[in-house]
Design a protein around this ligand. Structure first.
Ligand SMILES: [Cu+2]
Length: 301
């Protein structure tokens, strides 16, 4: 009876913990977990992750609970005699085969549905090619002819140098800032065509629930649609060990409202057209600085 009470108290403590976890979703505890993100897909992935996490917790509690209770309650010193009828008991074997199969199917159905949807790049409204290189990212807006490179920002780059004398704590978003953030519209299904220029990189932005390898010679697809009310800056990193400066090629996505994005795009198109125009007339104004700076640090180490 004591053991039964102990098991009951462990179960109720775990139930309380479940409640505490969901109540503290925005406290420090959530830092240990996946982010819920800012897209419907990232939330689906999060919910799936939590569902399966709790299924695993309950299986662990039940299996270890029964095991520990059996070991303690039926110990030899208490005079327990082994129950030999349980050996090759067909009924028990059928139950402990069917129950896990049902649990696995119940978990596989929502997981497969989510995976299929992650791969569904139909009905995209904007396609951008993302190329990872040593060490930075190149963004090509295929329909608009806009292209630029995104590198670690100058401040972080200076502070990271050996003996730079700069305290990294004084650098805002140290190693997580870029010179030219990746600008995309909110409330738009954006398809990314992800590839690599030299070695394998991986484009990872947790808030979008997107992590896709950038492999030379292959084009991988990914998509995201940020909630209309969630414009802002979202950060990510290269998630594939790609060489010496793997830790120094962050990603910053600047999600803007559709109107702000359209205005930014117009500006970029005009600026890049001007930069590409042949310098025919000597009186022509100098091309406006654009985001399309030459990639630096492309040479392999
Ligand atoms: Cu990389």
């Amino acid at each position: 009876m004591k053991i039964r009470a102990a098991v009951a108290s462990v179960v109720s403590a775990l139930a309380a913990l479940c409640g505490a976890f969901s109540a503290q979703a925005d406290s420090g505890w959530s830092e240990l977990n996946m982010t819920r993100g800012v897209t419907a897909m990232s939330r689906r992935i999060y919910d799936l992750h939590m569902t399966i996490f709790w299924v695993c917790v309950w299986i662990g509690v039940v299996v270890f609970g029964v095991m520990i209770w059996s070991i303690v309650a039926f110990r030899k010193s208490k005079g327990a005699v082994a129950d030999v009828t349980l050996v090759h008991n067909t009924k028990v074997e059928v139950i402990w085969t069917i129950v896990p199969v049902i649990i696995l199917i119940a978990m596989a159905v929502p997981a497969a549905r989510t995976l299929v949807e992650i791969e569904d790049t139909t009905k995209t409204e904007l396609t951008i090619k993302v190329t990872g290189f040593q060490w930075g990212w190149q963004y090509d807006y295929l329909d608009d002819g806009v292209m630029y490179y995104s590198h670690l920002d100058r401040q972080s780059d200076a502070a990271r140098e050996l003996m730079s004398g700069i305290d990294p704590n004084t650098v805002p978003h140290y190693l997580l800032n870029v010179d030219h953030p990746f600008v995309v519209p909110a409330d738009t299904k954006v398809r990314l065509l992800i590839t690599g220029a030299d070695v394998i990189h991986s484009w990872w932005v947790p808030a979008f629930g997107v992590k896709k390898d950038a492999i030379p010679g292959f084009v991988n697809e990914a998509w995201f649609k940020v909630d209309a009310d969630k414009p802002g800056l979202y950060r990510g990193q290269c998630a594939e060990l790609c060489g010496r400066d793997h830790g120094f090629m962050p990603i910053v996505v600047d999600v803007r409202s559709k109107a702000d994005y359209a205005a930014w795009l117009k500006e970029q198109v005009a600026a890049q057209k001007q930069a590409a125009a042949p310098p025919a007339a000597p009186s022509a104004a100098a091309p406006a600085p654009t985001a399309a700076a030459a990639p630096r640090g492309q040479s392999a180490s």
